[in-house]
Design a protein around this ligand. Structure first.
Ligand code: NAG
Ligand code: NAG
Ligand code: NAG
Ligand code: NAG
Ligand code: NAG
Ligand code: NAG
Length: 645
């Protein structure tokens, strides 16, 4: 009896192997080069123990992303401004019936009966409880039990690779449990990245001195200038209004929205906002941003000073003053003060279809909620926040800190938000052609100070965000004279991605730069082919800002300044369009690289962005990898955007 049953099973397996391999041979689906540090295999997993196998199905149509976004975002497209609903976005990228059928058939032919297989509600996952023996046969791998000194429980994971039939592999993104060590450790040590520093992981995004960029300060100001005669020494809201011809009174503020993103423990100080308003926008004294808490985000007040309050105060003081008292500014305060949060946690909150998309969040980089380390115990924010039309984030990381898969997954989500009509701004970074803290790349990909290869920042290199660089009013110059690329305290980050190919919308602008002003560096220093995504897209002043921190006026520098200021102007353009019944501007890059719009920017042609022991790139006529297409002329841009359908 027993041997008959076994024979039958063996026969089915042989048949299925024959079946599958007739049409498709097995390929390695995923592999890893080593075991994460601290883990050791202690024994083979028991053949009859049960694994909750989760098969993440590949999303269709990602290869059409650029075409979709150009269709709704290019000013010459007949569908310009016809943004997609969240339901349409979810539908277009929902795994196909073919994917589901192929995976189901493979499971069935491998002996996993249909009644054991379930589909998750989002359609993104196929689930089945299987024995270790079944999983090993399905995936052509071996499972082991691993232990870690800091973990409470054992962990099951497979050997260094697993396989799938070729025709199944193309419909599957990821299978768990396999290679991934996603068991939560009781107390997580900071993840060290390739530059041996804590990485851009959730726990550290909002922490001063780690991973992401923060504005810099040179200390407090003895006096505060008024008017616009001294904008080469101090930037104030009036300087920015004059520089960018920005004078706008919202017409339909209740229809419009703008949001600033902050990561706890970064926190604004209410009394500092009032001190700023008292000097620059009296009517706004007492006004506060409309805070939306994401994953336990709150305004902590235990840790104070420039390192904890500088970023939030800067972003809110300038965005709120520039949009004025009629327009509410929303604050996405993200992450608790224990685990923190990453860009992915924000994106989860803005789009329910992202939470599980292509495997969901990465526990070594993203905040996991409820917080296993004891912080916020509520559920993860997943589609709970309706995205504002313009969203500005002044935090960034290095491409080299993350895996291409991680970045591509996130980048696709910015594209989806673009399809929905959202404008997503990121500061480009403050270290010129170097990465955060002047780390550059060795030929083997390691990050080190003094290394020779340029180190681009992320998310700026994602072709579906708008990257904002920094400029300055030159010493002894007025707001009526041309600005230069920032070269006081910080340098505007810019350059060419090592991960993302060049999007169509910037091809001719980038080609023009590389052909007319070829940078004097060997080709291994940066991707000089003209085939990789170039950044930033545009820029705005980022030098000598006056902000208040803990009751004092201090000077601030950084692309952190440039992003919220640009956001305020773009939000005003949205207001003007919404007031006449038009759509929001959405993903602006395909628009701003057109000749008509490029002419509505102040072209920045002086300065550079040194780093990695070089002078970096030079600002030149037209687009350049220091200041993008230039700084806004708001009045012209508003008129051009109003002229679009
Ligand atoms: C797997 O087993 C668990 C525990 O018995 C059960 O809760 C879950 O629904 C099962 N999953 C599937 C896909 O059958
Ligand atoms: C921070 O402040 C909260 C109250 O807001 C308090 O409960 C907590 O103990 C404080 N933490 C530290 C480290 O001081
Ligand atoms: C990469 O290259 C640098 C410089 O040559 C060297 O110091 C480092 O050890 C190398 N790292 C790896 C992982 O090979
Ligand atoms: C600006 O002007 C001051 C005095 O008028 C002079 O000392 C200084 O050198 C000038 N700076 C530059 C960069 O020209
Ligand atoms: C430059 O970028 C393109 C697009 O990502 C890529 O295909 C190419 O291999 C890169 N070239 C070098 C030398 O890295
Ligand atoms: C120049 C100016 O108006 N300074 C004022 C800024 O606001 C503070 C109060 O918060 C006043 O004391 C300053 O006089």
């Amino acid at each position: 009896m027993l041997s008959a049953a076994r024979l039958a099973v063996t026969l089915v397996l042989c048949l299925s192997v024959a079946n599958v391999s007739a049409s498709s041979s097995r390929v390695v689906h995923e592999s890893r080069s080593g075991i994460p540090s601290g883990w050791v295999p202690v024994r083979r997993a028991e053949a009859n123990s049960v694994l909750p196998l989760r098969i993440g199905l590949a999303q269709p149509n990602l290869e059409n992303m650029e075409a979709y976004i150009m269709d709704v975002s290019h000013p010459e497209s007949p569908n310009f401004g016809k943004h997609w609903s969240p339901a349409k976005v979810a539908h277009i990228f929902r795994p196909t019936e073919v994917a589901m059928d192929t995976v189901r058939k493979w499971l069935f032919e491998s002996g996993i009966e249909e009644h054991r297989v379930k589909l998750s509600p989002s359609g993104g996952w196929m689930l089945a409880n299987v024995t270790v023996e079944e999983a090993e046969q399905l995936l052509g791998t071996e499972y082991y039990v691993y232990q870690h000194d800091e973990a409470e429980t054992e962990h099951i994971a497979c050997a260094d690779r697993y396989h799938l039939p070729e025709d199944v592999s193309k419909h599957v993104e990821i299978i768990t449990p396999t290679l991934h060590f996603d068991l939560k450790l009781k107390r997580r040590a900071p993840t060290l990245n390739k530059r041996n520093q804590p990485s851009g992981s959730a726990r550290l995004v909002g922490q001063p001195g780690f991973g992401p960029s923060f504005p810099k300060t040179t200390g407090s100001a003895e006096k505060l200038f008024t008017g616009i005669a001294d904008c080469d020494e101090q930037i104030t809201p009036d300087c920015l209004r004059a520089l960018y011809d920005f004078d706008y009174d919202p017409l339909v503020p209740e229809k419009n929205s703008i949001a600033i993103v902050e990561y706890t423990p970064q926190a604004y100080v209410p009394s500092d906002l009032d001190m700023f308003f008292a000097n620059f926008s009296k009517g706004q004294v007492g006004e506060r941003p409309d805070m939306v808490s994401i994953d336990g985000g709150f305004i902590q007040s235990n840790q104070t000073g420039f390192d904890y309050n500088g970023e939030s105060n800067l972003d809110l003081e300038y965005s709120m003053t520039l949009v004025g008292p009629k327009q509410t500014v929303t604050l996405y305060q993200t992450g608790d003060d224990v685990e923190g949060a990453s860009f992915n946690n924000l994106l989860d909150a803005l789009d329910a279809s992202y939470c599980t998309f292509e495997g969901g969040d990465d526990p070594s980089e993203d905040g996991i909620y409820p917080d296993p380390y004891g912080g916020y115990q509520g559920p993860e924010a997943c589609g709970t926040v309706k995205p504002a039309y313009v969203i500005s984030t002044s935090y960034s990381s290095n491409e080299a800190d993350m895996t291409p898969f991680y970045m591509e997954r996130q980048c696709a989500e910015y594209a989806k938000l673009g399809l929905m009509g959202i404008t997503f701004l990121y500061s480009s970074g403050d270290f010129g052609v170097a990465g955060y803290d002047n780390y550059c790349l060795e030929p083997n990909g390691t990050q080190a100070i003094g290394a020779p290869i340029f180190n681009p920042t992320f998310p700026s290199t994602c072709p579906y965000v708008t990257s904002v660089g920094a400029t300055q009013v030159n010493p002894n110059s007025t707001v009526w004279e041309p600005e230069s690329a920032a070269d006081q305290v910080i340098y505007s980050s810019g350059g060419f991605s090592n991960v993302f190919p060049i999007p169509e919308y910037q091809k001719s602008a980038v080609e023009n730069y590389l052909a007319k002003y070829p940078p004097p560096y060997p080709s291994y220093i940066y991707n000089s082919t003209g085939n990789s995504r170039a950044f930033p897209d545009l820029s705005a002043n980022g030098v000598n800002y006056m902000i208040t921190v803990q009751g004092e006026w201090v000077y601030v520098y950084g692309t952190s300044c440039s992003s919220p200021v640009t956001a305020a102007m773009l939000s005003a353009v949205n207001d003007a369009r919404l007031a006449v019944g038009k759509s929001t501007i959405g993903f602006i890059n395909p628009t701003i690289y057109t000749p008509t719009f490029m002419a509505a920017f102040h072209d920045i042609t002086t300065g550079s962005n040194p780093g990695c022991d070089t002078e970096g790139f030079y600002a030149q006529p037209g687009w350049d990898p220091v200041t993008g297409v230039g700084t806004p002329n708001f009045a012209k841009l508003r008129d051009e955007w109003l002229a679009l359908p």
